[in-house]
Design a protein around this ligand. Structure first.
Ligand code: F6P
Length: 342
């Protein structure tokens, strides 16, 4: 078989390790041939490819980003989009199957294409850890490490000036990165989308920290809402899938906290730093295992499914299991973290 591999959606540390895992096992064990599809679905729609042999994945496991490039292109849009055109492009390129590595948007598109008869196996990726049907997604651990180190650093400058540091992390509509990085760094409050809070409560937490002579460190998810807000803060328009681009809530909160508590406050938005650089060892291992499992799924013709982590096992689940709903932070996980707030 000739198997196309693409990475689509936001990049994520560990993508290259998946590619390497699939290609190495696919060539060594299954004797298959691979073709790199460039820039996500865009490459499949426009027929943009690159060589992907055993030699080209050498040393790739520890490299951040994706050597294939990525985009948030919607494969159903444009004159060359849609299942018939994409199948025609795959035929022209001699591709018998496709491994699509991506998040919710990518997997939803892959499901629609598989329903139309295309032969696709998925690999879930997201730093947000918001995909159902997989316990963890690679990239999350690395993002949490980066955010934790940043919060640790912000704490020392905050303490020196007795300032309140408001640190914004990514995560879209779930609070996993904030919860884990906030707990790891000992934040005085963690604000997540699943748990809207009043500004009075946030200021009370900051004030109690200030009153005992400490500098408050508050971690906020980009998707967090105050109980007075109808939707998450967004001022950067929509992405290709018509979803609002989030970010900037820390800049909203910091001046209000300063005004209400009298504690000088600063906002830091970590942004894309959380997606950059080398993957953690955990993410390299998880991504490599998922890549190897994906080529096994292709060999078994398990179209319309994705590989996933259950406990410590790699399993195979239908796309719809991952797309039913977001994996949100459960109440009990927030409650245990909240014991240490203020
Ligand atoms: O889904 C991953 C993610 O990093 C989100 O946490 C964030 O909201 C979004 O992607 C940012 O997207 P972009 O890279 O298009 O700005």
């Amino acid at each position: 078989m000739r198997i196309g591999v693409l990475t689509s959606g936001g990049d994520c540390p560990g993508l290259n390790a998946v590619i390497r895992g699939a290609v190495l096992k696919g060539t060594r064990i299954h004797n298959q041939e691979f073709v790199g599809i460039r820039d996500g679905w865009k490459g499949l729609v426009e027929g943009l490819t690159m060589p992907l042999d055993r030699h080209s994945v050498r040393g790739l496991g520890k490299q951040g980003g994706t050597v294939l490039g990525t985009s948030r292109t919607n494969p159903f849009e444009g004159p060359h989009g849609g299942p018939d055109n994409i199948q025609a492009t795959m035929d022209r390129l001699g591709l018998n199957a496709l491994i699509a590595i991506g998040g919710e948007g990518t997997l939803a598109a892959a499901k629609r294409l598989t329903d139309a008869g295309l032969k696709i196996v998925g690999v879930p990726k997201t730093i947000d850890n918001d995909l159902d049907a997989t316990d963890y997604s690679f990239g999350f651990d690395t993002a949490v490490e980066i955010a934790t180190e940043a919060i640790d650093r912000l704490r020392t400058t905050g303490e020196s000036h007795r300032r309140c540091m408001v640190v914004e992390v990514m995560g879209r509509h779930v609070g996993w990165i904030a919860l884990h990085a906030g707990m790891a760094a000992g934040a005085h409050a963690i604000l997540i989308p699943e748990q809207p809070q009043s500004i009075d409560q946030i200021c009370a937490w900051a004030k109690s920290v200030g009153d005992r002579g400490r500098a408050p460190v508050l971690v906020v998810s980009e998707g967090f809402t105050l109980d007075t807000m109808e939707s998450a803060h967004s001022e950067k328009g929509l992405d290709a899938f018509n979803r609002p681009r989030l970010g900037g809530i820390a800049d909203v909160l910091a001046p209000i906290i300063e005004e209400r508590t009298g504690i000088e406050s600063r906002a830091t938005v970590l942004g894309h730093l959380q997606r950059g650089g080398v993957p953690s060892a955990y993410d390299r291992v998880l991504a490599t295992r998922l890549g190897m499992a994906a080529i096994d799924s292709v060999m078994k013709k398990e179209w319309g499914t994705m590989v996933a982590l259950r406990g410590t096992d790699i399993v195979n689940v239908p796309f719809e299991d991952a797309l039913g709903g977001l994996k949100t932070v459960p109440q009990e996980r927030y409650d245990e973290a909240a014991i240490l707030f203020g």
